[in-house]
Ligand binder design. Structure first.
Ligand code: ZN
Ligand code: ZN
Ligand code: FE
Length: 760
């Protein structure tokens, strides 16, 4: 007995732009089912007709055996009357779906797949050496999209009309490029142009010519997936330092692109986890420990660091360029120091023409600027530093669903924003530091675009408690304009909630939030906090003793000021630091004594700065966290010889951690000529001891037995792993960031969770 049925299946999840419809077609054909599939603003709609058993198989395989990057979150099935269909077809998208309740997945950009790479280097293939080769399983997505649903006409591929050969592939269900919206070839698709800064075209093969110029020591601007890179020969010290000079970037490390994993392995120590991260479809920059080898990039790519930010090519263009150059290339963001990366062609010409000698551009527009992602591996799992290209806008799951559509505006530095709809948190790509006008413009524009892409109209806007953050001002302005509610979320509460969200934690935790600075509830600057509570609310259980921040922001750029502040606080003579800054030092001491432009801070980041300066690592920095990074590197070369002492004042409400004994002991070491690596190591050990000790005391007071480690200081792998091992040994459940950055790039997720927890 044969039962013929028709079912309507509504599929939600990551099902657009990942080759899902061709997969559905193939599956239906194999099971001899008829009907259709099409993209909708909600996801994918399928109607299938055939034998009941085959329909059951179809449903289960739909969920379990989709293409690698797809993810089915929800499958709703309805039974319809059979219609006697005789074939299965893929239909065009419908934009006439009812509004409201949509959930469209625009996927992240996906690195060139192995099949496309094979096409690229096969002389008999019609895409031989074509730099825009893609298929349904790889290629640009977020960075070319301009509307939803994801279809060619709503991307920057719209202007390229498929040639006959491409159209045949696009329409052939058995082809890898079946319904690949980015399909193109050298006859019909985008093209490269190599030109001088004043737009004069340079003859010859653009890739070969550019590779030749780079090898000869020149600097190139290269239009990549999410923006322009500045490229030069990473092995050429002169080229690297010239790039630094022109970019006004003194010491911040440059990322380096290598042709293959093997090429990376000759220069860096790479473990299994790092290999899989490097070669993941997101192709992030991965910070790797450099081997002692004369080969590879010149040390000038990352001065004073034992790490190299390495990445593999993510597009055919990069594969071709790196092979032609036959050496690792610096691939750093196309910008002057501090500004966001250029992605618009005219803007790039304007901003990069006095940096680059030559421009490699093409005629496919980048619709969303998206920086490279940056990550590292700690203790066998990922520790994200910047979640961006290849990750955004893949949704994260919220432990507490948003009862109403919510926007979280994020922080001020390293900004990301987030949209919340039901259980999904759509975290944006890296926007940057909102001090910069262009970054702020991008922030406004891209919130708008994400809202359209994901059809979210916020009824609640969450923001940081800092009144002067540009993101806070935006949130308040918008809320007034749109007449929606706002929620102010304390900075470190958001950090803690963000880490909780990653791990689905909803019960109270001890949140150790160590960072540079965040607006505190008491008007001081927080940053060395132990908070107890959940997403709804936390209380301050302990914090580092507050000291002066002489000159505010100036103290961030000049860590020696923090050394003076901590030494003075500890009753120590700061002569050995101050004599390096004779005139100014007296002034700083007076500022501290009279509290002139010297707010109080409990910042752990500034304690790192103070110890780095008093140990003699460095007195000034060119980017926040530089001193701490060096201190971490140095600590790696010293044996463990115990930590420095510290005190804990057991006051009734909130514990105060007395850092004075630590500062005195570190100063004594520095004065007696103890090696910097030993001081660095002892300091790391003391902080880990301190975290374990204080969490123990907080557990005694509260009974809470779970710790989350969060805040930018926990980008420090040594500190993170030392804390994890001590806390685990003490019987705590310990969690740290693995999906979003511990730093301010993760704030928006935390704000979203706090809003969800306090909402209706
Ligand atoms: Zn492909
Ligand atoms: Zn074509
Ligand atoms: Fe922070």
């Amino acid at each position: 007995m044969r039962f013929i049925e028709r079912r309507q299946l509504t599929v939600r999840g990551t099902v657009q732009g990942v080759g899902f419809r061709p997969f559905v077609f193939g599956l239906a054909s194999r099971l001899a089912l008829c009907g259709f599939v099409r993209n909708t603003t909600r996801g994918v709609l399928i109607e299938v007709e055939g034998e009941r058993q085959a329909l059951d198989r179809f449903e289960s395989e739909l969920v379990t055996s989709g293409p690698p990057l797809s993810q089915v979150d929800e499958l709703l099935a309805d039974v319809l009357p059979a219609q006697g269909s005789t074939s299965f077809r893929i239909e065009g998208s419908s934009t006439l779906e009812p509004a409201g309740g949509e959930d469209v997945r625009v996927t992240p950009d996906i690195a060139t797949c192995s099949a496309c790479l094979a096409d690229l280097f096969d002389p008999s293939n019609r895409r031989y050496l074509y730099p825009f080769t893609t298929c349904a399983g790889c290629g640009p997505r977020l960075t070319i999209v301009s509307g939803a649903p994801y279809d060619r006409e709503r991307t920057s591929m719209a202007q390229f009309h498929m040639c006959e050969a491409c159209a045949r592939e696009y329409e052939n269900p058995l082809d890898r490029r079946f319904h690949a919206e980015t399909v193109a070839c050298s006859r019909c698709g985008p093209h490269l142009v190599l030109s001088t800064p004043d737009r004069r075209p340079i003859d010859g093969d653009p890739i070969d010519r550019l590779a030749g110029l780079l090898v000869a020591g020149r600097i190139g601007a290269v239009k990549g997936l999410g923006g322009y890179h500045l490229a030069c020969d990473a092995t050429n010290a002169r080229a690297v330092s010239e790039l630094r000079r022109r970019k006004h970037r003194d010491e911040k490390p440059f990322a380096v692109m290598f042709a293959t994993l093997e090429a990376i392995e000759t220069v860096c120590a790479v473990d299994r986890n790092e290999v899989s991260l490097l070669s993941s479809p997101a192709r992030p920059i991965v910070l790797l420990e450099r081997r002692d080898s004369p080969l590879g990039p010149h040390p000038a790519v990352a001065p004073g660091s034992t790490l190299i930010g390495a990445m593999l090519p993510s597009t055919p263009l990069h594969h071709l360029l790196i092979r032609a150059a036959r050496r690792p290339l610096v691939m750093t963001s196309g910008n002057r120091s501090q500004e966001p990366m250029a992605c618009d062609d005219d803007d790039a010409r304007e901003r990069l023409s006095d940096i680059a000698d030559v421009f490699l551009t093409h005629d496919r527009a980048i619709t969303i600027r998206c920086d490279d992602g940056v990550s590292r591996v700690a203790g066998g799992t990922e520790l994200p530093i910047r979640r961006s290209r290849g990750q955004a806008p893949r949704p994260l799951r919220l432990p507490i669903p948003c009862g109403r559509p919510t926007l979280a505006a994020g922080g001020h530095m390293k900004n990301t924003f987030a949209l919340g709809r039901g259980p999904d948190a759509i975290l944006s790509h890296h926007i940057g530091d909102l001090d910069d006008y262009q970054a702020l413009e991008a922030f406004r524009r891209e919130i708008d675009l994400y809202q359209r892409l994901f059809k979210v109209a916020p009824e609640m806007i969450a923001h940081d408690a800092h009144p002067d953050y540009a993101s806070t001002r935006y949130a308040l302005e918008r809320a007034r304009h749109d007449d929606v509610e706002t929620l102010s979320v304390q900075h470190h509460h958001a950090h803690v909630a963000s880490c909780m969200a990653e791990h689905g934690l909803t019960d109270p935790v001890i949140g150790v939030a160590f960072d540079g600075s965040g607006y505190g509830n008491d008007g001081t600057i927080w940053g060395g906090e132990f908070l107890v509570g959940d997403a709804r609310s936390v209380s301050r259980a302990a914090h580092l003793r507050a000291v002066g921040l002489p000159g505010g922001e100036q103290a961030v750029r000049e860590p020696w000021r923090m050394a003076v502040a901590h030494l003075t606080d500890a009753g120590e003579d700061c002569e050995f630091v101050a004599r390096r800054h004779s005139g100014e030092a007296r002034l700083i001491e007076q500022m501290i004594a009279r509290r002139v432009n010297t707010p109080l801070t409990s910042s752990a980041g500034r304690l790192f700065d103070a110890v780095a300066a008093l140990a003699g690592v460095r007195d000034t920095v060119s980017f926040e966290g530089q001193a701490a990074m060096q201190l971490e590197s140095l600590a790696g070369s010293a044996p463990d010889s115990g930590g420095y002492p510290f005190g804990v004042d057991e006051t009734p409400g909130c514990l105060v951690i007395d850092t004075r004994p630590l500062v005195r002991a570190a100063a004594a070491d520095a004065r007696s000529g103890t090696g910097i690596p030993i001081i660095a190591r002892r300091f790391h050990t003391s902080l880990a001891d301190m975290v374990a000790d204080v969490c123990g005391r907080v557990r005694t007071r509260t009974g809470v037995n779970v710790v989350v480690l969060t805040g930018g200081v926990f980008l420090n792998v040594r500190l993170t792993l030392d804390c994890v091992s001590r806390l685990s040994a003490a019987g705590f459940g310990v969690y740290r960031h693995q999906q979003v950055p511990p730093g301010d790039g993760g704030l928006s997720l935390g704000q979203l969770v706090v809003a969800a927890a306090s909402g209706p």
